[in-house]
Design a protein around this ligand. Structure first.
Ligand SMILES: O=C(O)CCC(=O)C(=O)O
Length: 259
């Protein structure tokens, strides 16, 4: 399976519409991939809190879903379109990931469970999701998580228990803690014996320099592709899905769980 992680940059001189057009054209350029991934909250910027209200949209029928559905269909790829600021029917905001099939159908949504910011930012502006989500896509079971979720290994264990072989983590992770981003993503791969696809954001937005450093770790924890910095670029990697079962058979640590 070929995956392309688009380390997209949120240019705040652009309108949300322009960002959508740019992201859609980057997705359309990934026709050779089976699964394409975009980062967290790229329509607005994960740290552009003041813009969340204005950028909020319905998850399934909003303009981002429409643009990403068309881009997935045109490219003929499975698309994890990162996340949007979802406005739910009751008016609450969620940080919601969207996954589309190659026919453009929305096949999964995931509301970020762990909100970042302690007593400010996302943690006060958005409601928390409650449900771990897995979805069949591109011949594998994907487990969905978003950015700060990476610090909570119990979510990833639940996704692994639900059959995930690929843990997909779009993020807007700050450069200030770039070491944690790569360490934790790799740890999630090692402890769950899964591929981890960690798709970061490029550049700087809302005065927060981004870590970038998108990476794919295999079920042994080895990096199979890593971007070295936070420039806007695409990381394309071929995955051997049989490697998940092979690693679990060769080193069956998951079977020794007690709790
Ligand atoms: O945990 C961190 O250090 C960063 C998390 C974050 O930026 C987010 O979830 O938006």
């Amino acid at each position: 399976m070929r995956t392309s992680l688009i380390q997209f940059g949120v240019d705040q001189d652009d309108s949300v519409n322009t960002r959508r057009t740019k992201a859609a054209s980057l997705v359309r350029a990934q026709r050779d991939a089976d699964l394409v991934v975009l980062p967290e909250l790229w329509t607005v910027g994960a740290f552009a809190f003041r813009d969340f209200e204005a950028a909020a949209e319905p998850a399934a029928e909003g303009p981002t879903a429409e643009a990403m559905s068309a881009a997935a269909r045109d490219a003929g790829v499975w698309l994890h379109a990162g996340s949007v600021v979802e406005r739910a029917a009751d008016g609450a905001l969620y940080n919601t990931s969207l996954v589309f099939g190659p026919d453009g159908d929305l096949v999964a949504t995931y509301r970020k469970i762990h909100r970042f910011g302690f007593d400010r930012g996302e943690a006060t502006l958005m409601a928390a999701g409650t449900t771990p989500v897995t979805v069949q896509a591109a011949g594998a079971t994907l487990g969905l998580a978003t950015c700060y979720d990476l610090r909570f290994p119990e979510l990833f264990r639940a996704l692994t228990d639900a059959g995930a072989a690929l843990l997909v983590v779009p993020a807007g992770w700050p450069a200030a803690r770039a070491g944690h981003w790569t360490l934790l993503a790799r740890a999630r791969a090692v402890e769950n014996q899964c591929y981890v696809l960690a798709c970061g954001t490029a550049g700087t937005h809302a005065d927060v320099p981004q870590a970038g450093r998108s990476a794919v770790y295999d079920p042994w924890g080895d990096p199979v592709g890593e971007l070295p910095d936070a420039t806007e670029q695409v990381l394309t990697v071929d995955l051997d899905l049989d490697r998940v079962a092979a690693v679990r058979e060769e080193f069956p640590a998951l079977k020794d769980r007690v709790l």
